[in-house]
Ligand binder design. Sequence first.
Ligand SMILES: Nc1ncnc2c1ncn2[C@@H]1O[C@H](COP(=O)(O)OP(=O)(O)OP(=O)(O)O)[C@@H](O)[C@H]1O
Ligand SMILES: [Mg+2]
Length: 312
Amino acid sequence: MIEVKGLTKSFGATKAVDDLTFTVQPGIVTGFLGPNGAGKSTTMRMILGLDRPTSGEALVEGVPYRQLKQPLHTVGALLDAKWVHPNRSARAHLQWMAASNGIPKSRVEEVLRLVGLTEVAGKKAGGFSLGMSQRLGLAAALLGDPKVLLFDEPVNGLDPEGIHWIRRFMQSLAAEGRTVLVSSHLLSEMSLTAQRLVVIGRGKLIADTTVDDFVQRSSEASVRVRGPELAGLRSAFEAAGLSVRDDAGEIPALLVAGSTTDAIGEIAAGKGLVLHELASQRGSLEEAFMKITGEDVQYHAAGLDDVMGGAL
Ligand SMILES: Nc1ncnc2c1ncn2[C@@H]1O[C@H](COP(=O)(O)OP(=O)(O)OP(=O)(O)O)[C@@H](O)[C@H]1O
Ligand SMILES: [Mg+2]
């Protein structure tokens, strides 16, 4: 279990992490979600004792990281996969890590097998692809067979197969009863990987809930309506107090917010208007996420608002 209590980190005038409180439970994958600059990496670094909190604390299995007697056996982390010595082989790298932590050599072969690197273990890690480097980083994190695992943006830059593999791997680690915290700035990715979400923006907690709940809550439902008399339909819905906009697709259609297909069908029938299509739909996850964290994004793309004339 990871417990974050009132955690705060200031860099000069910037509050990178601002009074964060949440817990991460074992047995499930917890997604740590937030836009660029939200404070995900800084929070993870504090959990791992790499950064000192300005105030508050982070506990791993009940104690601060620095007080763990055997840190590698308690917490494994993948923060930056490219820190291995480029001229060392994957096996030599892991053996060196194992030796300095009193871990037997047999465990090195075990973790190499777990991440599927046995065949290339004798090759120099400097020549590894990003996907292979990530696997090596995972192998290193797993050396001490830790109960708690932290992964900072582990799928960044990976191809779909690599992403799929990492996703499955994290889920299997959680299924073994481990505590798994994985950060990302993509809600769509997290919705496929995690069961719970801790969402932050500008260092502050935005949501701490299940993925299903967050997705439900954040993606606005609307009803898509198509018929031969769109103008008539539009005025009928507007007369009923509903908000109507044009669908962006090629075929002319309307999107009605805050209603149901039942209610829309009845309004149309009441006016004797023919319907060719009536379907409920949800907005895209990323759209919803951007809306929720919108005010919390630190770096808005410069000038984009001007170019789009406020359409964003
Ligand atoms: N060592 C540092 N010195 C000064 N400011 C820092 C330092 N580390 C992080 N920050 C600032 O703290 C804030 C949070 O950064 P952090 O890297 O934790 O965000 P993040 O959520 O991991 O973002 P990303 O998605 O880009 O990785 C940012 O404003 C960043 O510029
Ligand atoms: Mg980061």
